[in-house]
Design a binder for this molecule. Structure first.
Ligand code: ZN
Ligand code: ZN
Length: 125
């Protein structure tokens, strides 16, 4: 997401916040942007990929929902950030991350390809 109150004509990296953990972008690691300014940072992306793809996502109906990144309601499981609003509670000055942000498998697959293409060191599977 974009930091509330940020100037869209003069965005700095730390105006870009991960929708899943609320962390600001460091300007160097990969940050994948979805629809409506939604973003997922590299650590969240890796965690999502591990949960949804590498582990073989369980078909749990409870884990389905609207994808924050593509805005579709996917029929496959979605990944939700496990650390919710805990960070926001510590730094009350920071905007609360959008709780309930979810990423579908399709978005994670696409994003992981970007991760690979970006030349990050990542073990081949
Ligand atoms: Zn994140
Ligand atoms: Zn999606």
């Amino acid at each position: 997401m974009h930091r509330p109150g940020s100037n869209p004509d003069a965005m700095s990296p730390d105006d870009i916040l991960c929708d899943f953990c609320g962390a600001p972008w460091d300007g160097e690691s990969l940050m994948v942007e979805g629809h409506r300014g939604s973003c997922i940072c590299e650590p969240c992306l890796r965690a999502a990929a591990a949960a949804l793809i590498a582990a073989g996502a369980p078909e749990d109906p409870a884990s389905r929902g609207d994808c924050t990144l593509c805005l579709r309601t996917d029929r496959s499981p979605v990944w939700r950030s496990p650390n919710g609003s805990s960070e926001a509670a510590e730094t009350s000055a920071a905007p609360a991350p959008a709780t309930g942000a979810a990423a579908c498998r399709g978005c994670i697959r696409r994003s992981v390809r970007l991760l690979d293409a970006s030349g990050s060191d990542r073990d081949a599977e």
